[in-house]
Ligand binder design. Structure first.
Ligand code: XUL
Length: 528
């Protein structure tokens, strides 16, 4: 029997799978079910439904996720994936989303019947038919109330790793308990997307891990236990409704016989606690040792880091989650990532080759010209009113504007990740724009360290499969250190290293201070 491990990713728009063979270090199967296209009866658009009267309310359908799980196994089996050889399964869930379950849920999970589908098996267990997900921004009032009760937003960040955010689970639970008190009373258990899916696979309630638990504003980020004050500030009798918190490598149980009988999964396969998509990506990108940093150049340019000790962001912009390795991970993400680069490119009628040429033909530091590219309201720093701000920069100068948008983004990343502590020694770049060496050269010069390119697709599902492998060997008593587990799956593209140029880094060591000052002045002027 091979060393097969399955990683699932229950994300906003799809459920996908990566099956790996650890012995040969290969991906032996992948599969996906798209919520809108494959399961249209739920009426989702991009995996979610919006309340027409309140577009800030954005929910997903737990039953659709169950249908997707059945369909995904059918698809994997039809492809000939060796499901009978799987030793362990873990998964990644979109973070923050919550599933509300009635009394009797344990018995219903234990009694899954292969003669019916999962959705039919679990019909009637939901005390809330839909699940608020991370795109929901309808809980500003509850965030303010929680902050007030706990001594202000930064006190919440110090306690739980993040200031109260609308999409975080605690504020979402508070809103439900206030607006639907009867349904809240009928709720015996509240699961995250991750722990819900793990519960179904194992046929018993699964714990929440510190990676995803940190996205709730309810977990003490240091002790990794429920935070009594945060629970009290959120909703009545909340602790009794939450599952236990347990390390990311916890084995929940063997897979429920439903999956063995119906889908041919190895009946001895272990189900390992699921985590959030960002914590799983940390593993799938190979960030298994403290001090490693990755930047995914895409929609929101998330910047991930790992750290051994817990440090929270004094400005309240970034997040600290538990890393599935047992360390901590940091996350900051922006609104003006790839979109801002595209806006500048398009404003001057360039293609990417032209944009790269502009970067190549302009000097590092742009002769002191600066841009704050806030085409959209920004998350880091928090900017409510969009607007592009230029310092000494002529809007008509195409090349200088191309350099200014990339430098502005990289300097913001460097300045706003300073709270994480040590400067990165190496940065791993992934995402669409990482294919552009000129952009990576700016990144290396600003960060003052080498940048390596990665080509991992679906880092969350891959990370989940690697976590399954790590936990399996630990449970067998044959623990394998993390670097050995991820080796061969998360290596940078050979020859992709881009080194910083010392004379350029010297320019940026000064310019980042000027950038920070320009940002402060602009924010003061805007009154944000
Ligand atoms: C992180 C966040 C998103 C979701 C996406 O805080 O809200 O990255 O996890 O699935």
């Amino acid at each position: 029997m091979g060393d097969m491990f399955l990683g699932l990713d229950s994300s906003t728009q799809s459920l996908s799978a990566v099956l790996i063979d650890l012995a040969s270090r290969t991906v032996v199967g992948t599969g996906a079910v798209g919520f809108d296209e494959d399961l249209p009866s739920y009426g989702t658009t991009n995996g979610v439904v919006r309340d027409p009267d309140d577009p800030g309310t954005v929910h997903g359908h737990p039953k659709q996720w169950l249908d997707a799980l059945d369909l995904l196994f059918v698809r994997l089996r039809d492809q000939g994936a060796p499901l009978g050889e799987i030793r362990a399964i873990s998964g990644s869930g979109q973070q923050h989303g919550s599933v509300y379950l009635r009394h009797g849920i344990e018995e219903r999970l234990a009694a899954l019947d292969p003669a019916k589908g999962l959705a039919a098996n679990l019909d009637g267990v939901f005390s809330r038919a839909t699940a608020p997900v991370w795109m929901d921004s309808s809980t500003s009032a509850q965030c303010a109330e929680i902050a007030e009760a706990m001594g202000g937003p930064l006190a919440v960040a110090e306690a739980t790793g993040s200031v109260p955010f609308e999409r975080f689970t605690g504020p979402q639970i508070r809103k439900f308990s206030q607006q639907e008190p009867e349904a809240y009373r009928e709720t015996a258990r509240i699961a995250l997307v991750s722990s819900f899916m793990a519960s179904v696979l194992a046929g018993r309630l699964a714990p929440i891990d510190p990676g995803d638990g940190a996205g709730m504003n309810l977990m003490d980020i240091r002790t990794r236990d429920w935070h009594p004050e945060a629970l009290a500030a959120t909703a009545p009798d909340l602790q009794a409704r939450l599952p236990r918190l347990a390390p990311s490598w916890t084995v929940v149980d063997r897979v429920h016989r439903y999956f063995a009988v119906k889908h041919g999964v190895n009946p001895d396969a272990r189900v390992v606690a699921w985590s959030g998509d960002n914590p799983c990506s940390v593993i799938g990108l190979g960030l298994v040792e403290p001090g490693m940093t990755a930047i995914s150049l895409g929609t929101s340019d998330p910047c991930f880091g790992t750290m051994a000790e817990c440090r929270t962001d004094p400005r309240g912009e970034g997040h600290v989650f538990g890393s599935p390795t047992g360390d901590y991970m940091t996350l900051i993400c922006f609104k003006n990532g790839s979109l801002a680069r595209e806006r500048v490119r398009d404003a001057y009628g360039l293609d990417w080759a032209g944009f790269s040429a502009a970067l190549h033909d302009t000097p590092p530091g742009n002769e002191g010209r600066l841009m704050l590219p806030w085409f959209e309201p920004e998350i880091v720093p928090k900017v409510l009113r969009p607007g592009v701000h230029r310092f000494d920069l002529d809007e008509a100068d195409a090349a200088a504007n191309c350099r200014a948008v990339v430098e502005g983004q990289m300097m913001a990343m460097r300045n706003h990740s300073e709270w994480m502590g040590a400067r990165p020694q190496r940065v791993f770049a992934t995402g669409g724009a990482s294919a552009n060496p000129e952009i990576l050269q700016v990144m290396a010069d600003v960060m003052g360290c080498p940048v390596h390119r990665f080509e991992v697709s679906n880092s969350a599902a891959l990370g989940a499969a690697l976590r399954a492998a790590h936990a399996h060997f630990l449970a067998e008593g044959t623990e394998r250190p993390w670097p050995g587990v991820v080796a061969g799956f998360t290596d940078p593209v050979p020859g992709s290293e881009i080194r910083p140029r010392p004379e350029a880094t010297q320019v940026y060591d000064y310019l980042v201070m000027k950038h920070a000052q320009f940002e402060r002045d602009t924010l003061a002027r805007l009154g944000d």
